[in-house]
Design a protein around this ligand. Structure first.
Ligand SMILES: [Zn+2]
Length: 264
């Protein structure tokens, strides 16, 4: 059975290690923003690197590629961007990626950055849930900042992720859940599932635990950035900015801007 392990690194990143089966020592790493913790982890666990998967161009997701290639000259999969020159296999929306032990479907999710892609897999073994590696597009309880493109483009990207199976496990790239949910509760104070989740996450973080993976169902219930079609979010925006917004993408855009300057 496939296993997925986080390597916590940098300020708040997780580099995800995918091991297709206990019988293989060859693993994949997603978004290695630093080579050293990956080399240390693989060496300590007697593993070798078989491929690198990249979601987008930000340094904390790609900075480790060169150091890993020095040690393991492996394929580097990722989006088509001149800003990520070490990519050897370029991927875009609708592509498939067949690796030993796991098949991915690539989902284009522009918005945080224009070239951002996510990796979705639905393992055939009936034991594993579907998996999503979504970088900084979608976070537990939140989403990445919108650096590129319109609010409509990013809202549409998040809707593609929301349409994945409810039991899809979400492996995003940062431990931002507590701050995200604290903001989310300010937006939707009457959302019981959200308040319960915040309490659980506070407990997990107090013990030093990690709050991932999440699931699509949990995000649809508790992540305000996937809930911009609901009247409660529109009312929050109205109270906050005085604006009466109609469409979900307008609400999403306004909510993202409020979060950009929010301090808990
Ligand atoms: Zn980023």
């Amino acid at each position: 059975m496939l296993t997925i392990t986080p390597i916590p690194a940098l300020d708040s990143n997780y580099f995800w290690v995918i091991r297709p089966s206990p019988n293989t020592q060859a693993v994949y790493v997603v978004d290695p923003g630093d080579a050293t913790p990956v080399i240390n982890y693989l060496t300590r666990n007697q593993l070798t690197l078989a491929a690198i998967l990249i979601t987008h161009r930000h340094r904390d997701h790609i900075q480790g590629i060169a150091g890993l290639l020095e040690r393991w000259p492996v394929p580097v999969y990722g989006p088509d961007s001149e800003l990520i020159p070490l990519i050897t296999h370029k991927l875009g929306d609708g592509d498939s990626l067949k690796l030993e032990g796991i098949d991915f479907r690539i989902i284009g999710v522009p918005g945080h950055t224009w070239e951002h892609i996510a990796y979705f897999a639905s393992p055939a073994d009936n034991e594993s849930s579907p998996l999503l590696f979504c970088g900084d597009a979608l976070f537990a309880g939140g989403c990445g900042r919108r650096f590129d493109g319109t609010a409509e483009i990013m809202w549409n990207s998040l809707q593609k992720l929301a349409a994945l199976p409810d039991d899809t496990k979400i492996y995003c790239a940062h431990e931002y859940t507590l701050a995200n949910l604290t903001f989310a509760v300010a937006v939707e104070p009457d959302n019981e599932a959200l308040c319960d989740r915040l309490e659980q996450v506070k407990h997990t973080r107090a013990q030093g635990g990690i709050t991932l993976p999440s699931t699509i169902l949990l995000e649809k219930r508790t992540n305000p950035f996937l809930r911009c079609q609901l009247s409660g979010i529109k009312i929050f925006i109205k109270h906050r900015t005085g604006e009466t917004l109609e469409t979900s993408d307008e609400v999403f855009g306004a909510l993202r801007l409020i979060k950009d300057t929010w301090s808990n």
